[in-house]
Design a protein around this ligand. Structure first.
Ligand code: IMP
Length: 469
């Protein structure tokens, strides 16, 4: 069990580490009153699994399935109101009321032109095409529209002001869409119709979330800050330019929520192996990305393919593509937001250390450890090598990263984690794998997730660990 006055939950790799389940678990076990989203937008995909079924959330904070918990979408988040309404209506259709949501009046609005531009230009980075980058660009260049342009202080839809802003902006954007990118123009009346309809549904929930959060912290409420994406996708500290457009770690949390709170328990969620969606360097990747894109597509109607016996033996004989495919198929590594096959590889501790440093992590959560069941030899990247020189710092120059070869430590695997109800009941090899991660990073593993359901989680006591990388 874990208990703290406040929590931060961030991704320790390239996103998709299983943060949704962990936030949901901590909300349930850790006495959380408020969940705060502070970065990103509908590019995030947090899946929560309850007895009744699976709940993929994108913009909604992961406390949304708990009626007694307040959920804040703060100023650092870029909000697509049409998407948000759909997500709320979807949850309402499944019996959740979503009245416990507040949206910052300073949050920037993702507009249709952002999505068009992202769909047109985002391919070289492999974005989610949700308009995230172009929206943050407009924020930085002071051309953006905010929630407060749509809904005023009294909670009324400010039609005149918003219509004026949309009409003047769409004129510029249409010139760019048609003349620069050769795309079709957008119709401002259609945009206004859609955004006014969404605003009518959301208006009662738009407020100054920083003021609210300050009040909650003064009252001693337990707050959980939920980061979207992962440390290596951070706009400054990730594998630039193959990154998202926000600050995903602790600094982004302060910036986005607008209140100075340093969360007491700073948890980095780390998958027991590594995955990445979209383009960009991935030093510990197993197999060629081109082959993955071509061969590992996922047809939701047919379900994911299964690993064949021949592929299993090839993986055990050292075929990297087949080992990557093993992790992808057994781990169901297909994007929540886009359905794309995720690239898979060995756990990269050089990358995790970057995440530890950025957020001052003092707890790790290791997810999907069970996916490694039955793999006789596991590898952990502990350094990179280039031109005969080793480094343990994550390199800045992404275009060189493919020239770095990971330096691996090989550890024995285990047969199965089935039936283990505590750390001590895990196979010795699994205990050793976990202890090596702690030792390298200097951060104790506090939660182990061995399945998608809330109940498939083991808690470990806090312990001092000296870093030895
Ligand atoms: P964007 O955030 O849509 O601009 O995409 C930029 C990069 O971040 C792409 O490589 C995406 O695949 C990746 N990305 C964005 N959000 C997530 C996420 O929640 N999980 C994993 N990758 C993400």
């Amino acid at each position: 069990m874990i208990r703290a006055a406040s929590y931060l939950v961030v991704g320790g790799q390239f996103g998709d580490e299983g943060k949704g389940k962990i936030v949901d678990l901590v909300v349930q076990e850790g006495g959380v009153d408020v969940v705060v989203r502070y970065n990103g937008g509908a590019n995030a995909g947090h899946t929560i699994v309850l007895d009744q079924g699976k709940y993929p959330l994108h913009l909604l904070p992961s406390g949304s399935l708990h009626p007694e918990v307040m959920n804040l979408i703060t100023a650092g988040v870029v909000v697509d109101p049409l998407h948000l309404v759909k997500e709320i209506q979807n949850l309402q259709g499944r019996g959740f009321h979503c009245e416990n949501l507040r949206i910052s009046d300073r949050a920037h609005l993702v507009m249709p032109w952002h999505k068009s531009i992202d769909a047109h230009l985002g391919g070289r980075i492999g974005t989610t095409a949700r308009g995230i980058g172009p929206c943050y660009e407009d924020r930085a260049s002071r051309r953006g529209l905010r929630m407060g342009d749509l809904v005023d202080e009294a909670g009324l839809v400010d039609k005149d002001h918003f219509a004026r802003r949309v009409k003047e902006t769409v004129e510029d954007k249409n010139a760019i869409l048609t003349k620069v990118y050769g795309l079709g123009p957008l119709d401002p009346e259609e945009i206004l119709h859609d955004y006014f309809a969404a605003a009518e549904l959301l208006k009662g929930q738009v407020t100054d979330t920083a003021d609210l959060l300050e009040q909650y912290t003064r009252e001693g409420k337990c707050v959980l800050f939920e980061g979207a994406q992962g440390a290596l996708l951070d706009v400054d500290w990730g594998t630039y330019p193959y990154v998202t457009s926000s600050s995903v770690s602790l600094p982004g949390c302060l910036l986005g929520s607008g209140v100075f709170v340093v969360p007491e328990l700073r948890m980095g969620v780390v998958k027991a192996y590594a995955t990445r969606v979209g383009e960009g360097p991935f030093p510990t990747e197993l197999g060629e990305y081109g082959a993955v894109k071509e061969r590992d597509t996922f047809n939701p109607e047919l379900g994911a393919p299964r690993l064949t016996e021949a592929e299993r033996s090839a993986a055990l004989d050292g075929d990297d593509y087949c080992m990557g495919r093993w992790l992808r198929l057994v781990g169901a590594e297909f994007g929540t937001t886009t359905g794309r096959p995720r690239r898979c590889g060995w756990l990269d501790l050089v990358a995790v250390r970057q995440a530890v440093r950025m957020s001052g992590l003092n707890a790790l959560v290791l997810t999907k450890l069970d996916i490694l069941d039955g793999i006789p030899k596991l590898k952990l990247a502990v350094a990179y090598e280039r031109g005969g020189k080793q480094t343990r710092a994550f390199p800045a120059r992404s275009h060189h990263l493919n020239e770095y070869t990971p330096v691996y430590e090989e550890l024995p695997g285990w047969e199965t984690l089935d039936g283990a109800g505590s750390f001590e009941e895990l196979p010795g090899e699994a205990q050793h794998y976990i202890r090596r991660i702690e030792e390298y990073t200097g951060v104790p593993v506090r939660v182990l997730s061995v399945g998608s359901h809330r109940s498939q989680s083991l808690f470990l006591p806090d312990r001092a660990v000296t870093a030895r990388h």
